[in-house]
Every structure is written in C-alpha cells, then in structure tokens.
Design a protein around this ligand. Sequence first.
Ligand code: BGO
Length: 409
Amino acid sequence: MIDENERSGGTLAAVENGTTAQITHVVGHGAFRKRITEMGFVKGKMVTVIKNAPLQDPIEYEVMGYRVSLRRNEARLIRVCVPDEDEDRTASPFAGTVSEGTQKLSLREKGNAVTVALVGNPNSGKTSLFNYAAGLHERVGNYGGVTVDSKEGVVKLDGYMLHFTDLPGTYSITEYTPEELFVRTHIAETMPDIVVNVVDASNLERNLFLTTQLIDMNIKVVIALNMFDELEKSGSRLDYRQLAAMLGIPIVPTVAVTGKGIDDLIRKVIDVYEDRDPIVRHIHINYGATIEEAIARVQSVLRGHQEVRDAFSTRYLAIKLLERDATTMKLVSSFADDPLLALTCRTEIGKLEKEFGEPSESVITDAKYGFIAGALGETLTENKVELRRKNREIDNIVTHRLFGFPMFI
Ligand code: BGO
C-alpha cells in the first residue's frame, strides 16, 4: 500500500511542533468546512504547528499570520503535505503514467495529489479501466483482513498526481460481505478526494443502486459509464447528460477495453476535485414522506454532536442507522453514546416497519430502486426489439432438449 503520508502528507493533526506544512485539502462536512475555511485553512496555504503535544487538545497553529487552536479531531480533517528539505522546487510536471515507488514529488505536485477510489459492481469493467489508466504500473497486494486483491497506481496528468485505489467489486456498500464492508470503511476512513463509480451501461438499474448509496454519503463522485459500446450496440439510448444532471454527478462514457473516454474521465476527476464542474451538486434522494420524516428525526439528534456532524454526513448516518447498520451504530457510539439517539432510532424503525410491513432495510432499498426507476424512466429508451430477440435466444438455449438439463444442473 502507498503510505498515506506519501500521498498527500497525511493529516494536520500528525504534523509535529515547529513544522510548516501546505494544506492540500479540507475534508469533513457542513458547517465545519465553512468555519475552517473562514479561519484561513484553505487549499494551498501554509500552516505552522505552534504547539502539538501528544494526546492533548487543542493544537495551536499559525495560519495567515494568526494563531488559532483546533481540536485534534478537527485537525484530522485537514490534509497537508510537508515539503522535503532537499526538494527540487523547479521540477516541472509531465503527462503520462508513472510508478509511484520512484517518485520524488515537488511540493507543487504534492499539493496537487488527488486520491481516487474506484468502486463498482463486479464485471462492470473496473479492473480493465484501472489497468488502462494506470498502465503497467499497478501494484497488487491484499487488503488487510480480506482475501481479495487490491491494486494501486498513479497517473500524472496536467501537473496533477492521481493516486488510484481499485477497491473490490461490490453490488452495494452495506455490510453483508467483507468486501462491502471494506469498500465502505475505505471511503469513510481514508476519505478519498474523488470516488470514481464504474457503472455498466448495459445493466443500469442494478449498477445504479451502489450509486444511490454514494449519493447518500455526500462525497465527490464521477461516474464512468463503462461498456458504452455495448449500450450503443444494443440500440438502446441513454440521455446520460440528463441523468448526470438528475444525479448531480458528472457522467463520462468509457470503453475500458479500448481506453476510449479514459482521458476524459481523468480530466473530469481533476475538474470535480477543483470544484469547477457545473454538474456537481449534492442531491437528496427523496425517500417519500414517511422515510424522510424518520431520517429528519434521527438526523436532528445526530446534529447535536459536533464531532459527528463535522466528520460525516448526518443524513447518511441517519439512513444507515434506520437500516439497522451495526457498523454505523458502533461508529456513532464511539463518538457519542447517546440514549436519546438509540431511542429515536428504535422508535422510527418501529414506525417504518409498522407502516410498510417490512424490515426497515427493505423499505429503504425499495425506495432507492423506485428512485432509479424514475430516473431511468426519463432518460433511458430501451430497444425492446433487441431485448426480446436476446431473451428468445437465451430461452432457446436453456430449454434446448439436449443442453437444457445440464445447464439447469
Ligand atoms: C472478459 N466494453 C466491453 N465490450 N467489454 C468490456 C468493457 C467495455 O467497456 N470493459 C470491460 N469489458 P473486468 P471487473 C471476457 O474478461 O474489468 C469486459 O469485474 C472474457 N474473459 O474485457 O474484469 C472485460 O473488474 C471472455 O471481459 O470487470 C471483461 O469490474 C470473453 O468486461 C469483462 C468475453 O471486465 C469484465 C469477455 C476471459
């Protein structure tokens, strides 16, 4: 794995006394981001650590000529890089693909280091896309505690250094499999700058389910609409620009096996990282009045805990808590062991289950599929003739008098 410090210099909380670092990125949510940027903690600015004693709060910094104190949990949400002593400040950027192991980054490049996580359903073409983007310079290793391969690679473009992590293929980011849990933990804890969601254009309904979960997380996402060649071949038409506007997520058509669209995808990642893509906006999936009321009630209790609301989207946490998600329950209680929160969750889950007659997770899943059906209803025109022909071909094979039975087995 690439060391986190190597990527972007790590977090401000880890910088030692007397050291000056450059801010590369502020993560975190809502009022925290606003407050912290108003204090002068903005990308590109230099910050000096005045007093940082181990395990002690707060930490004192100097930024833009002022002394300010931050809680350790707040400083963890500020990404910085520390310049090397012998740094070559005249190094010029170059385009192309490089291996991360040999890099000695200039401060400017460190400042332009973008962490990108690739997520998508199995068979969406994620590996092909990663291989094409990262060329021959991928590194394969195992995720800690999960017996699946991980890959990391670096792409340099237009003075930016994009550190890609190819996460395991999953249909969802709940917690039913170690892979799902791993993907979710990686996003929540590592907080990549951008998540690239690889979506199989020939199977949109299934693939967009994961997208709805990313929307709930309120993170920066770019969709790689992969297998675009298959969609075109099928004769179906997708107004992906309209879909992008509805989702608030830029969509770039790609054909990973040939590399078509991948340069555009990387440029889009940079644009979104720099907040200069007009499509990006945080939408709320409307789950309907009853679920929305339950979300609002749980959210209002969560908002009472500053450390929770600084680091996470309270809407996302509320949805997860209503789904009875054990990992989220553990996470939230590590910040705030609040009996009112537990009571509110129990009450709201009870109300949902009484009204819908189903477990609360299913109620929320159904609502997500409802949202997807609505979005595709307005943007996808399926070629019904081609679909019928394909179904007939599959029927002919599975009901064949010789091959049908072995296939059934
Ligand atoms: C086989 N277009 C098309 N048409 N195919 C693509 C595209 C695309 O844009 N992208 C990927 N594929 P992975 P995950 C295969 O391996 O990257 C194909 O799971 C085969 N293999 O080539 O592995 C890709 O990482 C024999 O297809 O996906 C691969 O997300 C016959 O989609 C498959 C036909 O891609 C999955 C295909 C022995």
